[in-house]
Design a binder for this molecule. Structure first.
Ligand SMILES: O=C(O)c1cccc(C(=O)CC[C@H]2O[C@@H](n3cnc4c(=O)[nH]cnc43)[C@H](O)[C@@H]2O)c1
Length: 222
């Protein structure tokens, strides 16, 4: 089959922020040669620079931004997985004098919204569920400052209806992938709730375990 041939040949770059995320994914991916996982640093700027460098060093057909993230309450629980159906740089824009927010798209200076490979995102989400993993399909926000109050969480939910998770790298990875004409996905394993800062409630180990568990599903679907 043509699709099988394509699947065999497809090379996937997985971009994480830190080595713990990279290692979790590498374990889950079991050393499959089609997949390369790199850790490029936290934040969208590091993510964009690191992704572009990796894309210059080798040939890839798909780019996946992956790591731990915050889950919006009622949408994605700690320990679950979120597959992005859109990547939204949620704080890229201008604040109004009244304290409102105008997105970069409305300002006419470009876009903070990146489309994902929708078919692959849907397939990945369905396959995670089929494997018995808790997973949600929804917008994943990229922010420069992790949300620390209920008011900011509510503001982001109003800004991006259906927001499921937030992280700091997706928009940067997507910008580099799009610049190279490549499709992109984002996968977040939830380590904490988006809302009032509570460092003691973070479950990074649980999130890394979920990321590792997603590895075989990435192999199966991508
Ligand atoms: O100390 C804190 O209160 C704090 C709150 C949120 C994030 C951090 C980090 O240093 C982690 C940054 C790192 O992890 C990803 N991540 C995980 N949870 C979130 C979140 O709720 N909001 C944004 N980013 C998150 C992120 O992608 C970075 O790679 C510390």
């Amino acid at each position: 089959m043509h699709t099988d041939g394509y699947k065999q040949a497809r090379r996937v770059l997985v971009v994480t922020a830190v080595e713990a995320e990279q290692a979790a994914l590498q374990h889950g991916l079991g050393g499959d040669g089609r997949f390369t996982a790199v850790a490029v640093g936290a934040g969208a700027a590091m993510a964009a620079a690191g992704t572009m460098q990796a894309l210059q060093e080798d040939r890839y057909d798909l780019v996946v931004s992956a790591g731990i993230g915050g889950g919006f309450v009622g949408r994605a629980a700690v320990g679950s997985l979120v597959v992005a159906n859109a990547i939204v740089v949620a704080d890229l824009g201008a604040q109004t004098a009244e304290g409102g927010f105008v997105a970069i798209d409305e300002l006419g200076f470009g876009t903070g919204r990146f489309a994902v490979d929708e078919a692959a995102a849907r397939q990945l989400h369905a396959a995670l569920i089929a494997r018995g993993l808790e997973a949600v399909l929804g917008p994943v926000l990229t922010v420069s400052t992790a949300t620390g109050t209920a008011a900011t969480a509510a503001e982001l939910c109003a800004r991006v209806p259906g927001a499921a998770a937030e992280g700091m790298e997706g928009g940067g990875v997507a910008a580099a992938a799009v610049r190279r004409g490549l499709p992109v996905l984002e996968l977040r394993a939830i380590s904490n709730a988006v809302g009032p800062r509570d460092r003691a409630a973070w479950r990074i180990g649980e999130a890394l375990a979920a990321l590792e568990a997603a590895g075989p599903v990435l192999l199966e679907v991508l």
